[in-house]
Design a protein around this ligand. Sequence first.
Ligand code: GLA
Length: 393
Amino acid sequence: MSKVRKHAACCLLFCFAALSVPPVKAWDNGLALTPPMGWNSWNKFGCNVSEDMIKGMADAMASSGMKDAGYQYVVIDDCWQVNRDASGNIVSDPHFPSGIKALADYVHSKGLKFGIYSDAGSQTCAHRPGSQGHEYQDALKYAEWGVDYLKYDWCSTGKMNAESAYATMRDALKTAGRPIVFSLCEWGSHQPWLWARDVGNLWRTTGDISDHWSCAGRKDCTGFLEILDKQDGLETYAGPGHWNDPDMLEVGNGGMTTSEYRSHFSFWCLLASPLIAGNDLRNMTLEIKEILTNPEVIAVNQDAAGMQGRRVKKSGDTEVWSKQLQDGSRAVILFNRGSSDADVSVGWEDLGYPAHLSTSVRDLWQKKDLAKSTGSFSAKVASHGVAMIKVTP
Ligand code: GLA
């Protein structure tokens, strides 16, 4: 072979190799620019899901004030699917007699969005069929049905590589062509905050939440406090379109006091967490509804800058957490983990402000302006409670 021909052949080989290396694919579906808000069936109903119940929940979301407060995704978790037909198409459980497309249409008719659940492995955590080997087929089906949100679990995955398994479904969703929020649920096992920004819109950071203030002393249980502590340090990984997900809300499910639920909700808002309610929306007490729909606390969560709050001070059982908002103000939680009332204070320097700065302070739960403060703010905080304020220079 002449030198020129050899060179041309090398070039061709090189070009081919270069072309066959897949480009780095960033995940930018333009969705979830603020943390997604919605409802999911798992925390309250587990596997007891049905068409009637999901329709009732969509009705309740639209009529209870939840939709007006910003909640939009109605997500069926595990157990809507039962097997696959001879062509490999996923078949819905008989509890969904009209089929999933009809249900999605119903949810859409309420001005809401529709979400569904699957799993990267061969089976879901409730032993229904997973998507392994059917990713493109399932994604096309979801698009055909009008699915707007996919929660994708991690059971029965054996030695699968998490990043590439989730990327396969990401690519399938992309190919299917419908904008679908992609929620990764591998429980933080493979540190998804380090890689999932290019794969999905949100990723679970922990195991499943239990409806307890704390699981200290219990086995196989992760309560509110344990989940909260695992979020500290993850704040740099969150932002518009890609969020840490400390799991769905337990507010209203009965395992905590009203004041504890207020703390749980305050933190999920300050942490820019997805706000996915997990209670029975058809049956909410006024107190629970007021927690889930407080517009000023939700505005902290939905702030356009998309910055996750972080712990700025800890002293025994009391803590201060702060979230920077787009206008330069700070949402602040004064937190008391202890078993009796405590005075909690924050200095402006803890918030990154100069000590001499004069600010207005608004109490977001009481919805009232407090006296102007210079340098610091203190409040008496009840046991397991919070004071949540907005500090504006
Ligand atoms: C896992 C998930 C839960 C829920 C169940 C369903 O445990 O983490 O959120 O989806 O599976 O089986």
